[in-house]
Design a protein around this ligand. Structure first.
Ligand SMILES: *Cc1c(COP(=O)(O)O)cnc(C)c1O
Length: 236
């Protein structure tokens, strides 16, 4: 396959030497603007470049441009890609943004710095055991099924207090809440609800906002946004 734009971090129409921003610069500027409107510094928002399905060659330009936080949704795919990239770049922060099976908890704890999809007591226990065994302690977010959708991951809103109790009893520190709002509907009410739940439980972290809605998420309090296609282009 040939592509007129082999480097996805550089827009095709920049070939003439126009000083157009790269997608990364554009997303960073949009986050700074949204944070500013909310009276926050841009440095209160962590931009996670969601690099699932992207090759090391697609990821390298972002690393070269200073991006350090990346998100993957499969443990095995991340194990294949990141050890080599990590060997060449110190200070990378790896986020697991997808569902995690309990039998992969130890591999996830060994590789990731942040785990965003803690959603059931059995996973809390598997993660606590993996942390005790490996001596690594990733930050953990509880994923909430904020739209109460049957097919979506995340704990039910009504199960959240119990799951947070389970995490506390297991000694698993919870940094905040994460959610993916229902598709094809206004995300803001769901972001606001997630922010309220985090406040109710005195949790400082809010992982919300993707390519289509990360500015809204920042205005409503997101501390990390998970952005894929706006940085890398459409996934195959
Ligand atoms: C893929 C994914 C993202 C990024 O989605 P984009 O629409 O490509 O920005 C964010 N969060 C989760 C949980 C994902 O699986």
């Amino acid at each position: 396959m040939t592509s007129p734009n082999p480097d996805p971090a550089v827009p095709a129409d920049d070939a003439a030497g126009d000083h157009l921003a790269t997608p990364l610069e554009g997303v960073r500027a949009a986050i700074a603007r949204a944070a500013g409107l909310a009276g926050r510094g841009a440095d209160t928002v962590e931009l996670i470049a969601v690099s699932k399905t992207r090759t090391a060659e697609e990821i390298a330009p972002l690393i070269a441009a200073g991006q350090r936080s990346f998100g993957e949704n499969r443990v095995q795919e991340a194990e294949g890609k990141w050890p080599a990239l990590r060997a060449t770049t110190p200070g990378l922060r790896l986020h697991l943004v997808g569902q995690l099976q309990s039998n992969k908890a130890e591999a996830a704890v060994a590789l990731f710095d942040v785990i965003h999809a803690v959603d059931r007591p059995s996973l809390v226990k598997a993660l606590a055991a993996a942390i005790a065994k490996t001596g690594r302690t990733p930050e953990c977010f509880v994923q909430v099924n904020i739209g109460e959708e049957a097919q979506k991951g995340g704990c039910a809103i009504s199960d959240l207090p119990g799951l947070l109790d389970t995490a506390r009893d297991a000694g698993l520190p919870i940094a905040g809440l994460m959610a993916v709002p229902p598709a094809d509907t206004e995300a803001a009410p769901y972001f606001a609800l997630l922010a309220k739940l985090a406040r109710d439980h005195a949790l400082p972290g809010l992982s919300m906002g993707m390519s289509g809605d990360y500015e809204t998420a920042v205005m409503l309090g997101a501390t990390c946004v998970r952005v894929g296609t706006a940085l890398f282009g459409d996934r195959a």
